[in-house]
Design a protein around this ligand. Structure first.
Ligand code: ATP
Length: 484
């Protein structure tokens, strides 16, 4: 392991009651970094943090801290301390004694003793003076120097959270784990504390691992952001890179506002989307490869309709003044595009739009169709995620097959019972003229679905497919070499 890596997560998965919530993740954290796990509620951020803390054990994989395998080491023997959203302070102790609590129990090395030819390591408790010096330094760090003798119940939420942070820092951990520590604070207090935490991180120089679902918080504070969705990592990069070069449509949608379109890379440097063909700076795609294309609203400029720089024509649908820009929604060949520009225009205006070739962010699609490896239930019935789907195939029962279903052919039902199988909506991303949802079936297969409706994340829905929209291909069993 290289010296500058303080934490290494290797192939870690975690399931609760057979339900996978973290799926084979691997990454490392550099010593001294401020790393944030960011993602929607339920994506596995807290579980990952708790596995680093030792409060959960991975179902599979290993966790190294400071080069040592800590997978089976209990929390109190790890060089980490955790700050939770709820402060969990001792109400009967004042601020000083809350912070000093751990120090009073702690033993530190105190030389060695030779006895009967053996060497014994000695330890002792910290002196009163040592404890006071450490607590005072921690109080100073969190800007509560004069608060030592205050009752913790007399403090504001923000001050209580500072005490919790001081209590963690006073143990001089190598890593401070913070689980949505500002989640219970009001907006103003949260903003102040974000900057304070960032400063604290600079001062103490230890590694901070932070969990939040607030993208702005992550962008403000982190050196590195780990974007998670549904138990997996979507991107690991600096805030700037995540914003400017999102790895896929999910990251773009989650971080800041974006226009996301499905499109086609016609050839190198030429992309087509929303009925428009435009120059771009991307190459290396297959001819006519389907892609996802992202344009940030601030990268779209309104120009006169006949201006030679206009790469598309649009009709203004709505405009709202936002203080330093207008937020304009326009339609381009039936696709909505969001624009942030200083040009004033009104509903119904016909305008031209300009986007620099380098401001098209073009990405390979994660998946082109839903492909499920399964078996025939009977002739004309295929089993998909535990449901029996009528289809057109005379292959007999138990034949191994691949069932292919286009995104647009999956039918979503409001009422789970109206579908052949049920599932949970994981994400829904607007792509200019339709929504692309990811719906997880109960066996954890994720269906990609193009639909006219915005399905609510976390909702249960039903899924069905018309029989003529399921393509069945027989999977030829590999010849067994006869070695086993
Ligand atoms: P949030 O911001 O809402 O806390 P998260 O991304 O931190 O979300 P986790 O808390 O890691 O998500 O939870 C991931 C999934 O694991 C959720 O579906 C949650 O209900 C489930 N889960 C977490 N802890 C347990 C547990 N002890 N037993 C069963 N399921 C659990």
């Amino acid at each position: 392991m290289s010296e500058d890596k303080i934490i290494e997560i290797k192939g870690v998965s975690k399931s609760f009651d057979g339900k996978p919530v973290v799926k084979n993740i691997s990454f490392s954290i550099k010593r001294g970094e401020f790393v944030t796990f960011l993602g929607p509620s339920g994506c596995g951020k807290t579980t990952t943090l708790r596995m680093i803390a030792g409060l959960e054990t991975p179902t599979e994989g290993k966790i190294f801290i400071g080069g040592k395998d800590m997978t089976d080491v209990p929390p109190h023997r790890r060089p980490v301390n955790t700050v939770f959203q709820k402060y969990a302070l001792f109400p009967h102790l004042n601020v000083f004694n809350n912070i000093a609590f751990g120090l009073k129990l702690k033993r530190v090395p105190d030389g060695t003793e030779e006895k009967n030819g053996k060497t014994y390591e000695l330890s002792r408790k910290l002196t009163k003076k040592e404890i006071k010096d450490k607590v005072d330094a921690a109080l100073k760090m969190v800007d509560l120097e004069d608060y030592g003798y205050r009752n913790v119940n007399s403090l504001s939420g923000g001050q209580q959270q500072r005490v919790a942070i001081a209590r963690a820092l006073v143990n001089e951990p190598e890593v401070l784990l913070l689980d949505e520590p500002l989640g219970a604070l009001d907006l103003k207090m949260r903003k102040d504390m974000q900057l304070e935490l960032k400063n604290m991180h600079k001062q103490v120089g230890i590694t901070f691992v932070y969990v939040t679902h607030d993208q702005e918080e992550a962008l403000t504070m982190s050196d590195t952001i780990v974007v998670m969705r549904d138990g997996a990592i979507e991107q690991i990069a600096s805030p700037q890179k995540i914003y400017d070069e999102p790895a896929n449509a999910f990251v773009a949608d989650f971080i800041g506002e974006s226009n996301i379109f499905g499109g086609v890379m016609i050839e190198d440097f030429k992309v087509s989307f929303a009925g428009v063909t435009a120059k771009c700076v991307d190459k290396g795609f297959k001819p006519n490869e389907p892609i996802d294309l992202i344009i940030r609203p601030e990268d779209v400029y309104i120009v006169p309709r006949e201006n030679s720089s206009a790469i598309m024509r649009a009709k203004v649908e709505s405009t709202v003044f936002k203080g330093d820009h207008f937020q304009i929604i326009a339609s381009v060949n039936g696709n909505e595009i969001l624009i942030h520009d200083n040009v004033e225009c009104k509903k119904g205006d016909e305008v031209g739009l300009f986007v620099k070739p380098s401001d098209f962010h073009i990405m390979h699609k994660a998946r082109l169709s839903n492909e499920i490896v399964t078996e025939m239930w009977d002739t004309n019935v295929v089993e998909i995620c535990g449901g029996r789907f009528p289809c057109f195939s005379d292959l007999p029962s138990s034949t191994k097959v691949k069932a292919t279903i286009e995104f647009k052919d999956v039918i979503v039902h409001d009422d789970e019972d109206d579908g052949i199988i049920g599932g949970e909506v994981i994400t829904s991303i607007y792509k200019g003229s339709y929504y692309q949802a990811v719906i997880r079936a109960d066996n954890y297969y994720n269906f990609f679905v193009d639909t006219a409706d915005d399905w609510l994340k976390g909702d249960r829905v039903g899924l069905s497919v018309n029989p003529d929209k399921i393509k069945i291909e027989k999977i030829e069993e590999e010849e067994n070499g006869g070695n086993d």
